[in-house]
Design a protein around this ligand. Structure first.
Ligand code: KIV
Length: 310
């Protein structure tokens, strides 16, 4: 019997149900990322929130996938990252982890998942590892309380990525997203915060939206890798939000984003063409349709069932 080709009815696993060819680079671990820094090789990171995107990233040799709480803005349509819940993060991280075999997967601790107590923070963080299949978590900020939490997480065998500079979960304090650390006091705080995160046990630190000169100094001072977003070229690695990189959304893009594709334009054209074809009777045509084995089959069915006869 002829079977339907792999499609949305089945998981798309390449021809004859086999896995698509994956790159043969070694699986990404914390020591691997550290070696990259030590040997001066750049770390390539991106955000992803679903199975097909994570799969493309694995195939493209991306080292680290962050399931960022940017999920809230680019996928779920919230105004900012504040409403994102642990359940939403776990749901999307699971999809990413099902697809990505080689990259390191980091789950982003959403707002209010680490604010009540150490116990609750550890319980929430452990969901990323136990339920979702992530390898580490990211947590914004470096206040004294936050550093204590990070120490407790590391103690509980949960690897932590720090995040300083612009921290989007502080949107209501900040008022707006803007570059941090242009002036002396803020620059001093950001350097101190990054060093404290390393001391607390973070295996890497995200530097968001800070001057490149400051990011260069922090990268020199830290033993662990820095991953920059809007922090210039001297960081040990770079990360961008996937939807920005491929031009999926159609809105404002910050200066630090390089848009490598125009998915919004391509998808929009495809949707309009589809609508035109359906309305104009051009889709589906014969090539997208099935046939009965013999035309008598249908005649016989109609006759036997007396269908169509009053
Ligand atoms: O949520 C996110 O996507 C992030 C990156 C911008 C680093 O935190």
């Amino acid at each position: 019997m002829k079977t339907l080709p792999q499609s949305r009815y089945l998981r798309r696993d390449g021809e004859k149900g086999q896995d698509m060819p994956r790159n043969t680079l070694p699986k990404v671990t914390i020591p691997y990322l550290q070696t990259k820094k030590d040997e001066g090789e750049k770390i390539v990171a991106l955000t992803a929130y679903d199975f097909p995107t994570a799969r493309l990233m694995d195939e493209a040799g991306i080292d680290l996938i962050l399931v960022g709480d940017s999920l809230g803005m680019v996928v779920l349509g919230y105004k900012n990252t504040i409403p994102v819940t642990m359940d939403e993060m776990v749901h999307h991280t699971k999809a990413v982890a099902r697809a990505a075999q080689r990259p390191m997967i980091v789950g982003d601790m959403p707002y209010f998942s680490f604010h009540l107590s150490v116990d609750e923070t550890i319980r929430n963080a452990s969901r990323f590892l136990k339920e979702a299949g992530a390898h580490a978590v990211k947590i914004e900020g470096a206040s004294e309380k936050r550093l204590d939490l990070i120490e407790s997480l590391v103690e509980a065998e949960i690897p932590v990525m720090g995040h300083v500079g612009l921290t989007p979960q502080s949107i209501h304090h900040l008022g707006q997203f803007k570059v941090k650390g242009k002036e002396f006091a803020e620059a001093k705080t950001i350097i101190r915060d990054a060093l404290n995160l390393e001391k607390a046990g973070a295996f890497s630190v995200v530097l968001e939206c800070i001057p490149m000169e400051l990011a260069r100094e922090i990268t020199k001072k830290l033993k662990v890798p820095t991953i920059g977003i809007g922090a210039g070229p001297y960081c040990d690695g770079q990360i961008l939000v996937f939807h920005d990189l491929v031009g999926y959304a159609n809105g404002y893009l910050p200066k630090f984003v390089k848009k490598y594709a125009d998915l919004h334009g391509s998808i929009s054209n495809a949707l309009r063409e589809y609508a035109d074809d359906v309305r104009g009777g051009r889709f589906p045509d014969d090539s997208h349709s099935y046939h009965v084995k013999k035309k008598e089959v249908l005649e016989e069915v109609l006759k036997k069932e007396k269908i169509g006869k009053k």
